[in-house]
Design a protein around this ligand. Structure first.
Ligand code: AHR
Length: 383
């Protein structure tokens, strides 16, 4: 552990965050389509800290490298609720490895916000060099991030966003609102193409208060409103297969025969919902009565798209480990880092009739993005 370096890094971080706060918000609110990403990342790049501070940090990094110390990183992971989460954990563990000079302290917070705050406080007490957080929920962070800041420990946020503090050096993750908007735009085009005049939708949402849930719900709801769709109900399945199945079982009791769309906010919920519909004899997917929309596009999700059981799957990319390592390396070298980085995320479909979707993204820009028809090669390349 290298406290001198951490303290200097935080000085640089505070300078750069202050500079950045004057011009843009630290929250991820801009669009994520592949063609706009580079420009947005550029625009989001944190302003350079004062020259003297950079020099001090670089000097400290050199000293640390010369001393051969490993870098200690505490990672407060959300939990193990989904295939996506497993891929995320694997990605971070592979990148922040001993071979890469990192001693990773990993805590699975089991989807418990209090446990996650405690994990971060323990990392602060241990005096780790960096803290990586994937925040279960987007609020409740101000106090503990101030404590990390006071202790001189840089915080990196991955995947989900934090709404009530800007005391972190960098964020890398997904534009969840665009995922929800894309799902709405696809459904609008799909029902028009199929001549379906009424949309009666059930939503199985993710963990309430997570930015993944908030963004996907808000994005899809824009279409519910503009297209005057009937959203019958929205209940949380907590991003788990068990949760998706339970919610769908209860929906079937109340609404069987009354819905023709189910929006599951991740693949595992979709697997549970599909099992429940199967057991109840409700037909779904490309040849069925119920259109199934999902998010994540993990291997098992894309297998279901290929089989026609899920109609469309909007990718959420969990492979943030290499970006995380890159951020740490840059900070170690005294370089400035991008304040926010968006993952590239394609949209996958089962049928080849619609080629693309056009929608106004969360930055207010009209974008046209391709729909990728899933074949075996796509499944084989998935995470
Ligand atoms: O925050 C990302 C979301 O969390 C993924 O969609 C989901 O699978 C995970 O549990």
């Amino acid at each position: 552990m290298r406290k001198t370096l951490s303290v200097l890094l935080t000085a640089a971080m505070a300078t750069s965050m202050l500079a950045a706060c004057g011009s843009s918000n630290t929250q991820a609110t801009t669009a994520a389509p592949a063609e706009t990403k580079a420009a947005e990342t550029q625009a989001a790049t944190t302003a350079a800290p004062a020259e003297t501070t950079v020099a001090e940090v670089t000097e400290a990094a050199k000293e640390a490298a010369a001393s051969g110390d490993t870098i200690t990183v505490g990672f407060a992971q959300v939990g193990h609720e989904s295939d996506w989460r497993t891929a995320s954990t694997n990605s971070v563990q592979a990148a922040l490895s001993k071979e890469n000079g990192i001693d990773l302290q990993f805590v699975d917070c089991d989807n418990d916000s209090a446990a996650q705050l405690e994990a971060v406080r323990n990392f602060i007490q241990q005096g780790v060099d960096y803290i990586v957080i994937d925040p279960i929920v987007s609020t409740g962070w101000d106090t503990v991030l101030t404590e990390a800041d006071d202790a001189g420990i840089p915080v990196i946020v991955i995947d989900r966003t934090i709404d009530d503090s800007d005391k972190y050096v960098s964020w890398v993750g997904s534009e969840f609102t665009n995922e929800g908007l894309a799902a709405g735009a696809w459904l609008k085009a799909y029902v028009a193409d199929k001549g379906i005049s009424e949309v009666n939708a059930l939503v199985i949402s993710g963990t309430t208060g997570s930015s993944a849930q908030i963004g996907r719900s808000n994005g899809f709801d824009k279409y519910v409103e503009s297209e005057k769709w009937n959203k019958i109900d929205e209940q949380t399945g907590d991003f788990t297969q068990e949760g998706g199945q339970k919610v769908m079982e209860s929906y079937l009791k109340s609404y069987e025969g009354k819905f023709n769309v189910v929006v599951c906010q991740n693949d595992n919920e979709a697997f549970g919902a599909i099992d429940a519909m199967k057991a109840a004899g409700v037909s779904y997917g490309v040849d069925g009565d119920v259109i199934v929309i999902s998010f994540d596009a993990c291997t098992a999700g894309l297998q279901k798209v290929l089989a026609g059981e899920i109609n469309a799957d909007f990718q959420c990319n969990p492979l943030q480990g290499p970006d995380c390592l890159n951020i740490i390396k840059k900070l170690e070298a005294g370089e400035t880092v991008d304040q926010k980085t968006f993952m590239a995320e394609p949209w996958y479909v089962a049928e080849d009739k619609l080629k693309d979707i056009t929608y106004t993204n969360n930055s207010g820009k009209e974008v046209t993005e391709p729909l990728v028809v899933v074949d075996q090669a796509v499944v084989d390349a998935a995470y």
